[in-house]
Design a protein around this ligand. Structure first.
Ligand code: KG4
Ligand code: ZN
Length: 354
């Protein structure tokens, strides 16, 4: 497998610290060599969401051991690295700062270029590690605890064009909040997914945000999940007030159905709007079994192919950052300056910090 041409490809180390995962990935070309992740998710569980200060501290403690672990797994020495890539934004300011500082230290000490990249574009680029070159044109739907966006991607190294995003809660955030209402642990997505397996999707019809004809005129590719979350909470409260048991499995299934229905409908509409025949799904919520099944089914009916990286690559990790860095190096893009910032509100249109 490791033939001559493969070993000529650039060796990239990627660092991700935009939220609660300290990720260090190493790729050569489009081949994944290591993907070390240290998560502080357990430390945030009792707060029901990520606490920025706790995340920053955890990144600081995990950074060096995670870099070491990635190098060991890949069987390389730091001096073998051709370039360092790091998430420059968007994300939690303090958390990003730890990764950017570590990447600068590494790049400076090795005398290698640094690429400060966009976290969302990295979620798209990671698919190259699983399925090779990205399609010439595709819509990427990124759904996680922090973002829910539809992006048009022609060439990932040129950046992405935003088509729509959530106007309130992110899809994963809705899963987490509804899980809390149902008494399921944080992060709620996987628990709702599991509970829903034994539930009746049609038990309640929860609202589909921004899908009325009037909303579609202004928000065709945007999402809204906060009304849905409130509707579920009200439904559950009313049941409890009446002293009745809450059928957790059914509510989970009906809620999940509402989210997946809107996500897949709009994603496929976005593909049709652009004339793209590929839909790429990324972010933690891409692990959702119903979302995957519904996307496959509806896309197939529309003649669209779905690409979803395996779950471990969908959630935040360093491999995705290395993958994007690798695409940028291979495309001959100039690296970032060594004084590149950690930009918590880095625009989605900016793929690389210059
Ligand atoms: O991408 P990610 O690891 O981190 C960011 O938020 O950037 O995504 C985490 C989110 C959480 O909200 C979690 O509840 C959700 O992804 N999630 C899921 C599933 N697995 C993780 N949501 C629905 N179904 C799942 N199976
Ligand atoms: Zn993410």
């Amino acid at each position: 497998m490791a033939g001559g041409s493969v070993s000529q490809e650039p060796l990239i180390l990627g660092i991700e610290t935009s939220c609660d995962e300290t990720g260090v990935g190493i790729v050569r070309g489009q081949t994944l060599l290591a993907d070390a992740v240290a998560s502080s998710v357990a430390e945030h569980a009792r707060f029901g969401g990520v606490v920025p200060e706790v995340a920053s501290r955890a990144h600081l403690e995990a950074m060096v051991p995670t870099i070491r672990r990635a190098c060991e797994t890949a069987g390389i020495a730091p001096s073998d690295i051709d370039a360092v890539a790091v998430t420059s934004g968007p994300g939690l300011a303090g958390a990003l700062l730890v990764g950017v500082a570590a990447a600068k230290g590494l790049a400076l000490s090795l005398g290698k270029p640094i690429y400060g990249v966009n976290h969302l574009a990295a979620h798209v680029a990671v698919d190259t590690l699983e399925h090779g070159d990205l399609p010439k044109g595709c819509v990427a739907m990124l759904v996680s605890g922090g973002h829910s966006s539809l992006l048009a991607v022609e060439d990932i190294t040129d950046g992405v064009v935003p088509m729509g995003s959530t106007i309130d809660d992110a899809a994963g955030e809705a899963f987490d909040k509804v899980a809390r209402v149902l008494g399921l642990p944080f992060p709620g997505g996987p628990h709702i997914d599991k509970a829903a397996r034994d539930g009746d999707r049609l038990y309640v019809t929860f609202p589909r945000g921004l899908t009325s004809q009037r909303d579609l005129e202004r928000h065709r590719f945007d999402f809204s999940f906060s009304g849905l979350k409130t509707a579920v909470a009200r439904w559950v409260e009313a049941r409890r007030r009446d002293g009745e048991d809450v059928p957790v499995n059914h509510v989970a299934a009906a809620f999940q159905e509402a989210v997946c229905d809107v996500l897949t409908r709009k994603a496929i509409d976005a593909c049709k709007d652009r004339g793209f025949e590929h839909l790429l799904i990324g972010g933690g919520v891409a692990a959702n079994s119903r979302l995957r099944a519904m996307a496959e089914e509806r896309a197939a009916a529309a003649g669209i192919a779905v690409r979803v990286p395996r779950p471990g690559l969908c959630t935040d990790n360093g491999a995705m950052v290395a993958a994007l860095g690798s695409e940028l190096v291979r495309a001959g893009r100039q690296p970032s300056p060594l004084d590149l910032p950690a930009d918590s509100s880095m625009p989605v249109t900016e793929v690389l910090n210059r």
